[in-house]
Design a protein around this ligand. Structure first.
Ligand SMILES: CC(C)(COP(=O)(O)OP(=O)(O)OC[C@H]1O[C@@H](n2cnc3c(N)ncnc32)[C@H](O)[C@@H]1OP(=O)(O)O)[C@@H](O)C(=O)NCCC(=O)NCCS
Length: 392
């Protein structure tokens, strides 16, 4: 036992474990900054590729830098044959986040730079993952439906190309704009569970892919990125306005959770939700299926009111709540919502891995190694006396 251990803090809430220049979340004010810029101001004005530049190269690009980054990403969009073959060998019922996590490891196996240990090599690997993860997600959707993956289209931007690879249709401008904005809003969010997982792995000096693979696993859980899929399942289960109240009461009565509500950091509504909601509304009108947006808004109000009545305090809407109906309107299958979250968050993960490996603000990052409090075992709090197997 370590007598000098610090106070037990399950979940590490409020514990500051590193410094970062990448982003900041002010939970009280509901502010999210990407390298000093308010995410809500970037959304709709700067495209996902600009945000990639901001996060990885620490500044918004000028036109030449943006063009250069775009062509680097376009050149990296295709998947190696070996990766496609490995995806083709996966059982069709596999969970898409498991396929994505495996895909990250298989991409590592195909990266000729994997043994290079420099900031430039890490940036290159980060860019490859940003370019290729959408291709993995879209290829998997095609493969599991018995269709061959499509070739990327160099004339399409990052957001449009993904929707094309997924649906085989060139999306209209407004849909592309909304999807691009959703990618921007999901690109980075400080030391959340998956980013912490990535940084923890990077702190061991493991490579970019190893860190990102861990992050994908972490994002898959329903308390984190997996919530967006669970929100859509909840909307489908509710199905109509009159079922909202009974649903909310039943969930709260049985100690369940209303997906898309609550946040570990925000004490008011997640600012990203307020940008996603109007896009969902517009897509509902456009597709002639406003019901999913309408159920969402009514559920948000009913869920907040019922929570307050029961617990006495407020609960707020988070990023996953309105992204669910938005992605549904875009024709994205609900079990791909979390992989779609990943293809945006890869930008933030890559920036954090690079910061952890090479560019940490003082004090220098070090190997993460927290303590645990040993609370005893089946033979009690003391040490167990060993009993040979024939005497047990
Ligand atoms: C995100 C989340 C994990 C934040 O957790 P947290 O701030 O640590 O809060 P806790 O999970 O400890 O919950 C505190 C209390 O509020 C309740 N609560 C939290 N979120 C809730 C929700 N969405 N619906 C119903 N009750 C909720 C908990 O049951 C708990 O009640 P208790 O004190 O009676 O046990 C939590 O709000 C949640 O599970 N939300 C749903 C999943 C989700 O949308 N995740 C995506 C996050 S971006």
């Amino acid at each position: 036992m370590n007598d000098e251990r610090s106070i037990l803090n399950t979940g590490l809430r409020g514990v500051t474990i590193a410094t970062t220049r990448i982003s900041d979340v002010d939970g009280k004010a509901g502010k999210l900054l990407y390298r000093g810029y308010l995410a809500k101001e970037l959304a709709g004005k700067a495209g996902f590729e600009e945000i990639v530049h901001l996060l990885l190269f620490e500044k918004l690009p000028d036109k030449t830098e943006l063009e250069e980054l775009r062509s680097r990403l376009i050149n990296e969009r295709s998947l190696p044959e070996g990766v496609l073959a490995a995806l083709g060998a996966m059982p069709k019922q596999a969970l898409p986040m498991d396929v994505l996590q495996a895909g990250v490891a298989i991409l590592a196996a195909h990266d000729a730079d994997i043994r290079k240990n420099s900031q430039e090599a890490s940036i290159e690997m980060g860019l490859r993952l940003i370019a290729k993860l959408p291709a993995v997600v879209a290829a998997w959707e095609r493969i599991r439906n018995g269709k061959p993956p499509l070739e990327p289209k160099a004339e399409l931007g990052h957001a449009a190309n993904f929707l094309y690879l997924l649906t085989e249709k060139i999306p209209d401008e407004e849909t592309v704009q909304f999807f691009d904005t959703a990618l921007v809003l999901h690109a980075e969010h400080s030391f959340n569970a998956s980013t912490f997982a990535a940084r923890e792995v990077a702190s061991t000096r493991a490579h970019m892919y190893a860190a990102v693979g861990a992050a994908v696993g972490s994002l898959s859980g329903e308390l984190h990125g997996g919530a967006n899929t669970r929100v859509m399942e909840m909307l489908l289960e509710i199905g109509s306005a009159e079922k909202i109240e009974p649903y909310v009461n039943e969930v709260l009565e049985t100690g369940g959770k209303i997906m898309g509500l609550g946040h570990a950091v925000y004490e008011i509504d997640d600012p990203r939700a307020h940008i996603l909601a109007p896009m969902s509304k517009r897509m509902g009108e456009k597709t002639g299926e406003p019901k999913w947006y309408e159920i969402s808004t009514q559920l948000e109000q009913a869920g907040k009111a019922a929570f307050k009545k029961r617990k006495g305090n407020d609960i707020n809407v988070n990023v996953d709540f309105y992204s669910a109906s938005l992605y549904h309107y875009m024709g994205i299958p609900k079990d791909l919502f979390t992989p779609v979250f990943a293809i945006a968050r890869i930008a933030g993960w890559a920036a954090h891995v690079i910061e952890e490996q090479f560019a940490g603000a003082a004090p220098k990052p070090m190997l993460y190694r927290p303590e645990s409090e040993y609370v005893g075992n089946y033979c009690g709090p003391a040490e167990c006396a060993f009993v040979p197997i024939d005497q047990r």
